[in-house]
Design a protein around this ligand. Sequence first.
Ligand code: E4P
Length: 218
Amino acid sequence: MKFFIDTANLDQIKEAQDLGILDGVTTNPSLMAKEGITGDQSIIDHYKKICEIVDGDVSAEVISTDFEGMVKEGEALAALNDQIVVKVPMIKEGIKAIKYFSDKGIKTNCTLVFSVGQAILAAKAGATYVSPFIGRLDDISTDGLNLIEEIRLVYDNYMFETEILAASVRHTMHIVDCAKLGADVMTGPLSSIEGLLKHPLTDIGLEKFLADHNKSKS
Ligand code: E4P
């Protein structure tokens, strides 16, 4: 399972990278705005900085909602670095754009996916990644994990190569459950990744080992 961090915060990206288990980064316009990154040039510069920190894929989202606009933006983003994955919304024009990028060998991430039908279309268009938003489904009392399970089943039925990128991950158990269901990738906040480290018996055990070691020295 690949681990992506879902943030535009450079300190958090560095921290996750330093752990040695990071495979990539996802951003979206809201995450960029949260870091105060506004204006075309600042956004471009920020993506370049992210690519310098991590080795893997970096999703950069287009703002246009028409085919021509998405193609223009996506080609400019993809030209920044081989690591860039063009993030395209799941709309009719977006599917056309994903097919266009796929034919040109440009990596894509189909975002804002909330149903199996949408995931089938993304795979048919040749998306590199499909991003079902599990947390946002949970928010409206709909089982986000069930969507991961269903997409896995359908993709396996047809051997679609599009990778299932569980997005809108909100907490550590989302990661564990997505791993059980066979999601190829998860993207979540640093806190959800660091939560995987935690177990009280680890802390108690380590404290005892260190105490016994120190006793044996005296
Ligand atoms: C990532 O690609 C998505 O944009 C992100 O995971 C959305 O997460 P949220 O629902 O917590 O905003």
